[in-house]
Design a protein around this ligand. Structure first.
Ligand code: HSE
Length: 319
């Protein structure tokens, strides 16, 4: 197999899964934050995690126990069983933040390995490996983080078996505000909290909002998006783990957000906004709420990312 380069550095974006009404089926990528990896081909076959930066020592260097390592092993097993790769991971995403931290690491590795080894895998293969890595990381092969991180854009997973993905058009003025309250929530635990069945009347309202949101994206109808951003399934159960969640939501709405909810399984809260100025105003208002309550947090404002992973100049990492 032709090898194009020995090393590559790749950035993969954070993602907002569920997007309020679309539990496990909607997800979108943002331009920032994200994770970066440097991949280097080695003579010795197998996957080696050289170092992880920015995780506070929480993540395992054992490739069997690390989402980046699992993704790399699946890839090599299928396409280059004699190859060896060394991974250096730079975590821009906090762990357990609901920003798709494990998914972004896996997406960066899969995109980078495919480049390094001359594109032996197609897009579907990469999604499949990404789902396997999510299963190891979170106990469930949900794709609403890893799929938008790999593909970019606003994604609907219409079916898992067989996998069927639909990319929505992104309304031009759509911006996202993210507030992360420095609290770690394990997706595995947050999924166990959820009800295994819901009343029919709840389901009817939920799928009406899911369909309404999808139509809002296709029509660039911001008010329809706003009315549809209601989650009756995951948010009511998970809100209690996020400090001042309902006050944050209220603040975001008063500052002009179209809607807000929990990003993935939390603890980040996202708000969708029409225009960057509104997103900034919403971010300031949500930030003030946390500052006044002495809650430490990080915040970001970003457009929807439409490209997925991208190659980063290796020189910039070596400076
Ligand atoms: N859809 C998943 C959940 C996303 O909410 O459990 C986890 O990031």
């Amino acid at each position: 197999m032709k090898k194009h380069a020995q090393s590559i550095c790749v950035f993969a974006p954070a993602t907002v899964a569920n997007v309020s009404c679309g539990f496990d089926v909607f997800g979108f990528a943002v331009d920032e934050p994200g994770d970066e990896v440097i991949l280097t081909l080695r003579e010795e076959k197998g996957v080696f995690i050289k170092a992880i930066h920015g995780d506070g020592g929480k993540l395992s260097l054992d490739p069997d126990k690390n989402t980046a390592g699992v993704a790399a092993q699946s890839f090599l097993k299928a396409f280059a069983s004699d190859a060896g790769v060394e991974i250096e991971l730079f975590k821009g995403l906090p762990i357990g933040s609901g920003l798709g931290s494990s998914a972004a690491s896996a997406a960066a590795v899969l995109f980078g390995l495919n480049r390094l080894l001359g594109h032996p895998a197609d897009g579907k293969d990469l999604l499949h490996f990404g789902l396997q890595a999510e299963k190891v990381a979170c106990g469930s092969a949900h794709g609403d983080n890893v799929i938008p991180s790999l593909l970019g854009g606003f994604v609907l997973i219409r079916s898992y078996d067989p996998l069927e993905i639909y990319h929505f058009p992104i309304p031009e003025e759509l911006f996202c505000t993210l507030i992360y309250p420095n609290i770690e929530i394990e997706t595995r635990n947050a999924r166990e909290l959820l009800p295994t069945s819901i009343p029919l009347q709840t389901a009817i309202r939920q799928w009406a909002n899911t369909a309404g949101f999808a139509a809002g994206l296709c029509l660039s109808d911001y008010q329809l998006l706003s009315r549809s951003m209601v989650d009756l399934v995951a948010e009511p159960v998970r809100a209690q783990y996020i400090p001042k969640f309902y006050e944050l939501k209220d603040t975001a709405q008063k500052a002009g957000a179209l809607g807000s909810s929990i990003s993935g399984s939390g603890s980040t809260v996202f708000a969708l906004c029409r225009g960057k100025d509104t997103a900034k105003r919403v971010c300031d208002a949500m930030s003030s709420l946390y500052q006044n309550a002495s809650i430490s947090f990080k915040s970001w404002i970003s457009p929807i990312n439409s490209e997925g992973p991208r190659i980063v100049n290796l020189e910039s990492k070596n400076q």
